[in-house]
Design a protein around this ligand. Structure first.
Ligand code: GLU
Length: 299
């Protein structure tokens, strides 16, 4: 068993991160497996070395240990580009020139109803999908979107167990612990093609500014690092669907996914990195012990 914790160094780790990291760590260690730390720093504009150092410090203090050397996504651009190239050559990607405002105005057109919000914001209305002029070579410095409809067609022709999205209630090895998934599921999750098309849509796989995206990098790296079990919050449920689809398109093995409930603040809001009061470092400075943190997150 190989599990991982994959934070972005864009702020301090909070209790929610501690919970996820501890769950992934304990799962591997209890099974005699390996725990991996990966630094997801593709967004070089927001990532900071200081936050990365604090991540190491906080996790060490919590008593976690991980495989070294630690993989940093900023050093993996060639691998991401190779994956994009494979999708591009099969006509599964297209160049998108829309900015946020374009997406909002197209999605809010009078006959469109309320814009649907997916895992990455408003579901893309498809403005650039049929733009002519795709060139043979993978373009650089542009945003690339996955053509979800074509991707699902490719997926449907050789559908592996245990994933059956074309049945309307397909299933794959992803588990939800809380029963609060999009359809209230506990246990194995189901997803239909309609959900992919209407609630997720043509997601961005390469951003113009950093040539890749969270979804693409995470899939390439989970496979590269032989991750067998991904432990993550239930807020990433739709992201998992995208990831399993990408694994299939890229010929990568799908890990098992475990989605856990989120740690919330007193008002029931999920923690964000800006909740500095919930930062592990703040608890540390206030004299808390690692056991206190485990207790606070219910472990
Ligand atoms: N970098 C992501 C985060 O900070 C990783 C989550 C995941 O892929 O499980 O939320």
């Amino acid at each position: 068993m190989r599990t991982r914790f994959a934070p972005s160094p864009t702020g301090p780790l909070h209790l929610g991160h501690a919970y996820s990291a501890l769950r992934a760590h304990d799962l591997a260690k209890d099974a005699g497996g390996t725990f991996v730390l990966r630094i997801e720093d593709i967004d070089q504009g927001r990532s900071r070395k200081e936050w990365e150092a604090l991540i190491h410090e906080d996790l060490c203090w919590l008593g976690l240990s991980w495989e070294t050397p630690v993989l940093r996504q900023s050093e993996r651009r060639d691998a991401y580009r190779a994956a994009l190239d494979s999708l591009w050559q099969r006509g599964l990607l297209y160049v998108c020139t829309c900015n946020r405002r374009d997406v909002l105005s197209a999605a809010s057109a009078p006959n469109e109803g309320e814009p649907l919000v997916g895992p990455d914001g408003i579901v893309y209305p498809g403005t650039c999908r049929s733009r002519p002029g795709a060139c043979a070579a993978l373009p650089d410095g542009v945003a690339l979107r996955l053509n979800m409809s074509s991707a699902l067609k490719e997926f449907g022709t050789e559908r592996p167990e245990p994933w059956e999205p074309t049945q309307g209630n397909g299933r794959f090895r992803a588990f939800q612990e809380t029963g609060s998934g999009p359809n209230g599921e506990t246990g194995i999750i189901h997803a239909s093609c309609g959900h992919f098309l209407n609630n997720i849509g043509d997601v961005v796989l390469a951003r113009r500014d950093f040539g890749t995206s969270y979804h693409l990098s995470v899939v390439v790296d989970d496979a590269f690092q032989d991750i067998t079990h991904v432990v993550r919050g239930e807020d990433l449920f739709d992201a998992t669907l995208i990831h399993v689809l990408l694994q299939h398109l890229l010929g990568l093995e799908a890990p098992t996914y475990l989605h856990h409930g989120l740690v919330r603040d007193e008002s029931g809001n999920r923690l964000a990195k800006r909740h500095d009061s919930m930062a592990i470092s703040s608890y540390r400075e206030a004299g808390a012990t690692p056991a206190d943190i485990r207790g606070l997150v219910g472990l």
